[in-house]
Ligand binder design. Structure first.
Ligand SMILES: Cc1cc2nc3c(=O)[nH]c(=O)nc-3n(C[C@H](O)[C@H](O)[C@H](O)COP(=O)(O)OP(=O)(O)OC[C@H]3O[C@@H](n4cnc5c(N)ncnc54)[C@H](O)[C@@H]3O)c2cc1C
Ligand code: SF4
Length: 331
């Protein structure tokens, strides 16, 4: 039993003040598994950050404490950002989604088994200890953006859709407020795998903002996993397309389950611009997306799986037949 101090934050400013006063504090996790041992726990769950509001620019501001279920079934999200709704419903289980928050999902840590196994080396848990996954059991690990220090993946479904929607994350801390593009929020492991994101330890996420463009007509979220429900992605794909006159005007797509962050590739997206939405164009874009991919043995199958999932997802989005998260039969 590890002793720790508990405090409830009365406001966002109070949460930030308490965090600044106690560098060893945490906003709320991983204590049960003994992976983290914060000296103080600051409860932010009662802060007024649970609203979904329209912004002046035609977008949406989503409070950091909005539950994943509430967000997935919010009428504005279902209608204008269905790829986000779909990605949320592909994650975890109904019970977990009822409890999980937007901020917590953004900050959820890798599911690499060695990270949770306190007796095997893991650079993410203990910098400098070594990485057990590179030559170990790495079936769920990364194929893109890896480093010698770490080949973990970021496990969120929600974040893959947020990458395609080009969301921003609003945070506040002792130095004031700032906005971080979703693409800059999560980091690649490099030689500092202990840092998952560019959020500072004393900063609180207050909201996620979506721009007006939601790709409501042509989108999909395709998640490939070992079981059809309640399993993390081996590979997932979020797609948003804008079609005009039989050609692709804009394409956005991101892969989940393959890297330390939702994986986008500007060159692969640009390659679809002006092309007819056919399999040849999608295969060429998928080749660009996976060009730098590298397998580590057990996970090498992911390279081809990701390529095929991307072609499938682009086809689903182009046809306007997005993947259903209720029947889960892959069309
Ligand atoms: C068995 C299981 C299966 C799951 N499967 C999936 C899946 O398939 N797909 C998927 O996407 N997710 C999945 N999840 C993750 C789940 O959906 C939650 O998002 C995740 O567990 C985080 O929980 P939480 O949202 O309650 O955050 P918490 O546990 O409350 O917080 C997580 C971390 O974020 C910090 N934090 C939380 N809010 C803030 C804030 N506003 N500002 C700053 N820091 C903050 C906390 O300090 C903590 O370190 C799964 C989880 C479990 C346990
Ligand atoms: S892949 Fe990353 S999280 Fe997994 S053992 Fe290696 S350093 Fe740890």
């Amino acid at each position: 039993m590890i002793g720790f101090e508990y405090a409830r934050a009365a406001s966002v400013a109070d949460a930030v003040r308490q965090m600044a006063e106690s560098p060893d504090a945490k906003f709320v996790d991983l204590m049960k598994m003994d992976v983290e041992r914060p000296a103080k726990l600051i409860d932010v769950s009662k802060l007024p950050l649970d609203q979904v509001e329209e912004t002046a620019g035609g977008g949406l501001r989503i409070g950091a404490l909005v539950a994943n279920s509430d967000l997935a079934y919010h009428p504005l999200v279902e209608r204008r950002y269905p790829v986000l709704s779909s990605a949320l419903l592909a994650g975890a289980s109904q019970q977990l989604r009822n409890m999980a928050s937007v901020g917590g999902n953004l900050l959820q840590r890798t599911r690499c088994p060695y990270f949770y196994d306190l007796v095997t080396p893991c650079n993410k848990r203990e910098p400098g200890a070594g990485c057990s996954a590179v030559d170990g059991l790495n079936r769920m690990n990364a194929i893109l953006g890896t480093s010698e220090s770490c080949i973990a993946v970021h496990p969120s479904d929600m974040c893959v859709a947020l990458a395609v929607l080009e969301a921003t994350v609003r945070v506040t801390g002792p130095r004031g407020e700032r906005v971080i593009a979703l693409s800059d929020f999560h980091r690649l492991p490099g030689d500092t795998p202990q840092r998952d994101t560019n959020l500072e330890g004393d900063e609180l996420i207050t909201s996620v903002e979506l721009p007006a463009r939601g790709f409501a007509a042509n989108h999909t979220y395709l998640k490939i996993r070992d079981r059809l429900s309640y399993a993390f992605a081996l590979v997932s794909v979020a797609v948003g397309l804008e079609l005009e006159g039989g050609a692709i005007r804009q394409a956005r797509f991101a892969l989940g389950g393959v890297a330390h962050k939702p994986w986008r590739n500007a060159e692969a997206e640009a390659a679809l611009q002006g092309r007819a939405p056919d399999e040849a164009a999608f295969a060429a874009a998928a080749d660009l997306m996976l060009r730098e991919a590298r397998g580590f043995g057990h996970n090498t199958f992911k390279i081809d799986l990701a390529r095929r999932a991307l072609v499938r997802a682009l086809s689903q989005a182009a046809r306007g037949t997005p993947q259903s998260q209720s029947s889960k039969k892959i069309t």
